[in-house]
Each structure stands twice: as C-alpha cells, then as structure tokens.
Design a protein around this ligand. Structure first.
Ligand code: GDP
Length: 444
C-alpha cells in the first residue's frame, strides 16, 4: 500500500543524498517534488499546501548536523511532519463505558460500512471477549439489513431481529433497550448511507446520534475517495462530531492520500484500516509505520520479523561461523536462494527494504521472474557434493552435464557461477572485518 508516493519521494531524496550542505534551493526543489508527489497521491490540495508550508518552516534554517547528510535531514523532517499529521500514536477503539458501549457507524453507501461493522464486532468478540449486538438501521434497503444478519451468523455475533416498517430512530431505541436487557458489552449501529452527501442523510444521521448517545462515532470511508475525502470527512464531522475514522479498501490503494487528507481535515484519528473483504482483514492504524512507507524507508520492522521467522537460529549460527572463516560454497548459495524464496521472493523482500521501490520497478522492466530461484536451485541440485563444495572443479564439460541435468542452457550455469563468485568475494571481505556488522546480522 502507499507505494507510488513512497517511490516518488524516494527518487527526490536520492537526488539530495550525497550533497555537502542543504541550500535553500535544495529545500525548494525537494518541496516542489513533495507537493507533486502528494497531489499525485490524491491528497487534497488544501492539505498539500498546509503540509508543504509546515515542512518548509521546519526545514529552512535548520542546522545540518554533522552525523547526517542534508538529504537525511529533510527526510527526517518530512517523516516527522507526516507522523504528526497522521496522528503520532495509534488510537484504539474505546469501549470503556457503562455497557452497552454504543458504536455508531456512518458513511456513504458502498464504503464498506456493513462489512466493517461485522469485522469490528468479530474483533471485539475474539480479542476482547466482548458480547456484541449489531443492528442495521438501513430501512431503505432491506437487503442491507439481511446482509448484516448473514454476516452476524457467520461470525457468531447477535443481530437485532428485523422488524419491518420501523423507522431508523425506532430501531435505534429498540437496539438500546435490547442491548441493556440482553447484557451486551457493545452495541454496534450500522446506519444507512447514500451515494453522496445530502442534507437528508446528514439530518437522519444526526437524529440517530441524538437518540443513541454513542460512545464512538466512526466514519467509514473508502481509501480510494480521492479529492472528495476532505469534504466527506469534514461534513460528517461537523454534523455528528466523529470520534474516529476507519479507512477501507486500503488493499486497493497505492497512493494513500485519503488517510492524510481526512486526518488533516478533521483532526480525528484514523483508528483502523480495512485491507480486504474477509472478516479478519482489519488492522490497527500505525501513523509512524505508514509514514515510513510513504517515505520509502521501508517497513523495517516487518522485514526483521519476517526474517526472524524464516531463518532458524541454528542456520544463522552455522552461516555466521562460515562467514567468519570466509567460506561460502554453492551449498550455502542454495540455502540462501531457498530462504529468499520462502521470504516471498525478490518482490516480497525488496518491497520491504528501504529505497528499493525503484530498483524493483527496474527489475520488473527487465523481466526478471521469480522462477529464476527454482532454476538456480535446480542447477545446484544437479551438481555432485564435491562440486558444490569446490566450485573450481566446474570445467566446461561438467557445466554442460549440469545444464542438461537441470534442463537449462549452459549460459545459465555460467551466470550462476559468476553470481556465486561475487557473493563469495563479498563474504571474504565481510570475514576480514571490513563489514563485521554484517556477520553480526547472521547471528555471529
Ligand atoms: P456499505 O454499503 O457501506 O455497507 O458497504 P458494504 O459493507 O456492503 O461493502 C461494499 C463492498 O465492498 C462489498 O463487496 C465488500 O465486500 C467490499 N469491501 C468492504 N471493505 C473492503 C475492503 O477493505 N477491501 C476490499 N477490497 N473490499 C471491501
């Protein structure tokens, strides 16, 4: 998610890196690009303007510390500002009140309101052991009420029995009564939506709010909303005073502008993000993680976590020992290839690493497919153990035999041998202490 913006900013700051000092020109040039990137990311113009000015104020006149490059300094400023605008820390849902804690779900039709209502209910039930009741107030669309009922039975959460001909306000009152009598911890009210904001919708939503006295009022908004995001969030906030925002379809959004726009327009926290149609596709919103991604610094945390899952401690120690001796044979290369494949291939790995967004694109352009891992492993599998331990044995006729065995061209064997040579050389350097910390990474 949020890839395009991260790519864009990555390019800008790569340009800034390596310069001695940060001139005002540098700042201006960077800010021009930041502005363009944000607009392309579909952040609303008003927010873009304010954001860029904040960054300018902070960037110009800042002394460049010796230990960082000017580019890094700008990255840090933009990053801090993004985090500030997105909201510093994650704000969890609040259900701590006299039960039932009422959560009012508002938003446009098709934004994912009903689905999200059920997702939140499931999460409260599974993770916090809450007894939840859901009620649909969408009297105009009987199908919507039925949809909530079906979802409820799927996830094992109660729904208020449907009584045709009741008004939304009547349903809200009945739900509140049932919530109390039934001993529910949380009552979730799924309101009707419209395809666009109109006075009737706002009036109805405000009336429901008045009778249900909710503890949380959550705006459910599609991440793909674009330039309208700011109006949407502001309109609802003015009429019903939101306590938070849930951003849906984050799985389909490469730009991330809506998060920034809505948060900046209302000052209300984005509490959760929905990343798919399945009932468990709901995640907490972490401003700093999102800011890291926006800047192309990669999600280092998840990279490290993923690596820890994949590489067993034993493997890591073995590798570290070998590295210390400067050894790296084809057996080791095979291990590395298999590990990379397990970690989601080049695509999965590189997407998480800092500053590789563009590299990834370039590679995609060069048509590097991930099956290459399989073929390379097949080549190594076709070698004898002796050959794997001592690559120098591999003369022309042996290479031909290996190629035939793996079903590839000899040129591919040659390429792999060259790759191994380069990696082995690098490992030697590492073992000599030049890059000692790298060996440390493998557990040595
Ligand atoms: P409502 O009219 O606001 O109640 O919207 P629904 O909950 O009925 O959702 C509309 C459509 O969007 C449904 O097909 C959902 O499965 C889908 N949907 C909801 N949330 C997400 C999400 O986070 N990602 C994706 N890809 N689809 C979603």
């Amino acid at each position: 998610m949020f890839e395009s913006l991260s790519d864009r900013l990555g390019k800008i700051f790569d340009g800034l890196r390596g310069r001695g000092a940060l001139s005002e020109n540098d700042v201006n040039e960077a800010l021009r690009e930041v502005r363009r990137a944000l607009i392309e990311a579909d952040v609303s113009l008003e927010v873009v303007r304010a954001f860029v000015e904040q960054v300018r104020e902070r960037a110009v006149g800042v002394e460049v510390t010796r230990s960082v490059t000017p580019g890094q300094q700008v990255v840090k400023i933009v990053h801090d500002e993004l985090v500030r605008v997105l909201g510093e820390t994650a704000v969890p849902l609040d259900t701590a009140t006299t039960p039932p804690a009422t959560i009012l779900m508002v938003g446009l039709q098709g934004s994912g309101k009903t689905t999200t209502t059920a997702k939140i209910a499931k999460r409260l039930k599974d993770k916090q052991n809450k007894k939840v009741l859901m009620a649909s107030l969408d009297t105009r669309r009987p199908a919507a009420m039925e949809q909530l009922r079906v979802l409820g039975s799927q996830i094992g959460v109660d729904t208020l029995p449907i009584v045709p001909s009741e008004t939304p306000v009547q349903i809200a009152r009945r739900a509140a009564r049932e919530g109390k009598l039934g001993g529910y911890d949380v009552l979730m009210l799924d309101t009707a939506g419209r395809t666009h904001i109109d006075e009737e919708l706002m009036a109805e939503t405000a009336e429901i709010k008045a009778v249900s006295d909710p503890h949380e009022v959550l705006l459910v908004a599609d991440a793909l909303t674009g330039q309208d995001a700011i109006n949407l969030a502001r309109s609802f906030d003015q009429r019903v005073d939101l306590t938070g925002i849930v951003l849906t379809r984050v799985d389909g959004d490469g730009r991330g502008g809506a998060a920034l726009s809505m948060r900046a327009a209302t000052g209300k926290p984005i509490k959760l993000i929905a990343t798919g149609e399945k009932m468990d596709a709901l995640e907490d919103f972490y401003p700093s993680r999102i800011a890291d991604r926006i800047l192309g610094m990669g999600d280092i945390v998840s990279l490290v976590e993923k690596a820890a899952e994949t590489v067993s401690a034993e493997d890591a120690q073995k590798m570290a020992k070998k590295l210390k001796k400067g050894q790296f044979d084809l057996e080791d290369l095979r291990g590395q290839l298999l590990q990379m494949k397990k970690m989601g291939g080049m695509g999965g790995l590189m997407g998480m690493m800092p500053g590789v967004g563009q590299l990834k694109k370039a590679m995609a352009g060069a048509n590097i497919d991930e099956k290459i891992f399989d073929r390379q492993v097949a080549v190594i599998n076709s070698m004898t153990r002796k050959e794997r331990a001592n690559p120098d044995l591999l003369n022309a006729s042996r290479r031909k035999r290996i190629a035939a065995g793996a079903g590839v061209e000899v040129s591919e064997v040659n390429k792999l041998m060259k790759q191994h040579r380069q990696m082995a050389d690098m490992m030697k350097k590492v073992s000599k202490g030049g890059l000692g910390s790298l060996a440390g990474m493998f557990g040595g």
